[in-house]
Write a protein that binds this ligand. Structure first.
Ligand code: SAM
Length: 269
């Protein structure tokens, strides 16, 4: 199974970067953030049009190489748009100074998000540490960024003490854990965070309970927005819940986001 995700146009990734900047520079970039989202919506609309021309759709997961080829062709035709805001952010941030904040990213994959923190000029504001349970991912991350702290680790048992990090981000992890494992992991990310947390979910809905689905060695659960919100509210000062599709529809009139079940949660402690 192949997946599609490009943090340059993935709105959950954009919202994560925006939130990190918001914590460091409150209110400073509201206009630029909105412009980037509007531009991304237009890119996604053009993406959908290009895929229509190839008689395919922008799917989150796909099995065949034919779909992969069509997505690559559509992507190629829009590549020039992907770096526009990367360059604008790098340029805007290059002369700014801020006290470094500590940032932890569990389940960092092969520096999937971090590499864009670098290219967008955000990385230098943070003392970043990433960890993942997969040794291969950590080897890849270290090869890409030799000076950066990447380690093998388990989100259910984070090594650091309480409130060890100012901020924590975690993307597309919790749906893959058992119910017990997920609760332990959520407990852990709250425990080690002092100020703020961004959690991205890829498979969530407004439903009273979680739907647990085992897929071979891991899970592909559908999580309950209400249960997760209540869990986090009990452990924090406030929780902002963004269903990405609903948000893009309300703010930008765009209703064809490729993952209607994607959510970004911002938690302040
Ligand atoms: C769907 S990938 C997401 C990767 C990355 N966060 C992203 O959004 O591109 C899920 C990641 O979680 C990692 N993972 C799974 N269970 C974990 C655990 N218990 N502790 C730490 N990482 C884990 C996997 O190795 C994999 O890299």
């Amino acid at each position: 199974m192949k997946g599609y995700q490009n943090p340059q146009i993935n709105v959950e990734s954009i919202l994560t970067r925006h939130q990190l900047l918001e914590w460091l520079f409150p209110g400073l970039f509201s206009e630029l953030k909105r412009e980037e989202l509007a531009y991304t919506v237009e890119t996604l609309r053009l993406f959908n049009e290009a895929l229509d021309r190839h008689n395919t759709q922008f799917k989150l997961e796909f099995k065949d190489t034919d779909t992969q080829k069509k997505i690559s062709l559509a992507e190629e035709s829009l590549k020039h748009r992907f770096t526009v805001y990367q360059n604008r952010w790098a340029d805007t941030l290059k002369n700014l100074e801020a006290k470094k904040a500590s940032l932890l990213e569990p389940a960092c994959g092969s520096a999937n998000e971090y590499r864009f923190f670098v290219s967008y000029g955000i990385a230098r504001f943070f003392d970043y540490k990433g960890f993942d349970i997969a040794e291969k991912c950590i080897a890849n991350s270290r090869a890409m960024f030799p000076g950066i702290d990447f380690e093998v680790g388990n989100v259910m048992k984070i090594a650091e003490k309480d409130k060890a990090f100012d901020y924590l981000i975690v993307q597309d992890l919790f749906e893959h854990l058992s119910l017990k494992g997920m609760e332990k992991a959520l407990e852990e990310v709250c425990r080690v965070t002092k100020k703020g947390l961004v959690i991205v979910f890829f498979n969530m809905a407004q439903r009273p309970d979680h739907r647990i689905k085992r897929v071979r060695k891991y899970h592909w659960n559908l999580l309950s927005e209400t249960l997760i919100t209540n869990f986090l509210l009990k452990r924090s000062r406030d929780v902002r819940v963004v269903n990405v599709q609903k948000y893009l529809k309300e703010e930008f009139g765009f209703s064809n986001y490729y993952n209607p079940k994607a959510y970004t949660f911002v938690v302040n402690f």
